[in-house]
Ligand binder design. Structure first.
Ligand SMILES: C[S@@+](CC[C@H](N)C(=O)[O-])C[C@H]1O[C@@H](n2cnc3c(N)ncnc32)[C@H](O)[C@@H]1O
Length: 391
């Protein structure tokens, strides 16, 4: 594809994003000017309908290029670059353009703003910021040394080598240039219960932090927080669903099941019945978010066999577990619970409280992060913490 054709593809993508109402007018010029294909390696995996489709410039240059201008994420690294890892987890990518446009709109940049990005990846988002604000205004932190190196090369190829790409952990406020940022954007997700305090510390009073925040249980959303005038806390609402790869240091390695249940299932577990099908929670990203925000130390695994799906629930302290068998067409489901906590009762209470509140969407939830070390999820108002154990 010649330069002119690539310019046409960029304009077409920008037009589609604008037509869908996700691209703010102020960002259209950057999307039209920055060539997304310059941020793609010779082989990447386009994320299409939940599957990773290999795009190889050597064997199919047209599809390789076309994928750069579709509204899809492109996986650019697996397993932290471990080639023997068997492509289990994707660990770096070019984010989906819709998501990039939405988060940049949330960021509400103004001329002269200094922006810090956490999670450079291949560098496309940093390039958009640099095009809009000037490369010298953008610092981007990437934890993976090889990814950071490629981002520097990509930015240079796009004529934006003034962007400072720093290798290290973007949670660390001491990294990179001194002086607070007016805007901070993370493109890797943080656990709600572990939002880096450094993000507040490295932001200017009145500054804005935009970050995907997820729960261990599942479900995640973009948080848009404003830093208070005294710089001691940041507060704001979620703006919509977001599914990003987790910050590297926050990945959770679950213990083996026999750490919870050394013998045969059901062991000493108490049996009961429930009217709530766990599939109703598992099939809704929003329901998972509402439950997970209330129970930050609980996670699940889904084990299908035949028509039945056994849902396993665990706490991270490795004290308690529960199972619920979801059988299609049934109105009641068998529950087993073991340990000092009744995990399924806790999950059901959180779910039912959310249900009775009218199934509030992400925009009704908010988050307050204090440099004293607290992270509080709230519903409708900061004075109303989301704590479904006290309705
Ligand atoms: C989805 S990619 C970033 C997308 C990118 N900004 C773009 O322009 O499309 C997420 C990146 O975050 C990086 N990352 C993960 N944990 C990090 C951390 N603690 N600090 C900085 N970068 C991190 C990963 O290595 C990965 O490259």
């Amino acid at each position: 594809m010649s330069g002119d054709l690539a310019a046409g593809a960029r304009a077409a993508l920008a037009g589609r994003l604008a037509g869908a109402g996700v691209l703010e007018a102020g960002w259209r010029g950057a999307f039209e000017a920055v060539a997304r294909h310059l941020f793609l390696p010779p082989v990447y995996w386009e994320f299409v309908d939940g599957s990773a489709v290999r795009r190889d410039r050597g064997t199919d240059p047209q599809e390789w290029l076309a994928g750069a201008y579709r509204n899809t994420a492109a996986i650019t690294q697996w397993d932290d670059g471990d080639e023997a890892g068997g492509q289990q987890d994707f660990t770096s990518s070019l984010s989906m353009p819709t998501m990039v446009a939405r988060m940049l709109a949330d960021l509400a940049v103004e001329d002269g703003h200094r922006v810090r990005e956490v999670g450079t990846g291949p560098g496309f988002n940093a390039a958009l910021l640099a095009h809009r604000l000037g490369a010298e205004k953008v610092v981007s932190v990437e934890i993976d040394e090889a990814v950071a190196g490629l981002a520097r090369k990509n930015l240079a190829a796009a004529g934006l080598d003034g962007v400072q790409v720093v290798t290290g952990d973007g949670a660390d406020p001491a990294l990179g240039p001194s002086g607070p940022a007016d805007r901070l954007i993370a493109t890797c997700s943080t656990l709600l219960s572990d939002v880096p305090l450094g993000w507040v510390e490295q932001s200017a009073p009145g500054g804005v932090i935009v970050a995907p925040a997820a729960t261990l249980f599942g479900g995640g959303a973009t948080a848009r927080l404003q830093v208070a005038a005294d710089g001691r806390c940041a507060n704001g609402r979620f703006t919509g669903a977001a599914d990003f790869m987790r910050m590297r240091q926050q990945r959770y390695q679950a213990p083996p099941v026999d750490a919870y249940l050394p013998g045969q299932w059901p062991g000493d577990a108490k049996a009961s019945l429930t009217g709530l099908d766990p599939e109703d929670i598992g099939s809704s990203w929003l329901a998972q978010f509402a439950v997970g925000a209330a129970l930050p130390d609980v996670y699940y695994r889904r084990a299908p066999y035949g028509d039945t799906v056994t849902w396993w629930f665990f706490d991270t302290a490795v004290t308690s577990w529960a199972t619920v068998d979801s059988v299609p067409g049934r109105g009641e489901f068998e529950v087993r619970q073991s340990g000092p906590r009744r995990l399924w009762e806790e999950i059901r209470t959180a779910h039912d409280t959310w249900d009775k509140a009218g199934r509030p969407g992400y925009e009704r939830f908010g988050l307050t992060v204090s440099t004293a070390g607290t992270r509080t999820v709230w519903l409708d108002h900061p004075d109303h913490p989301w704590d479904p154990t006290t309705p």
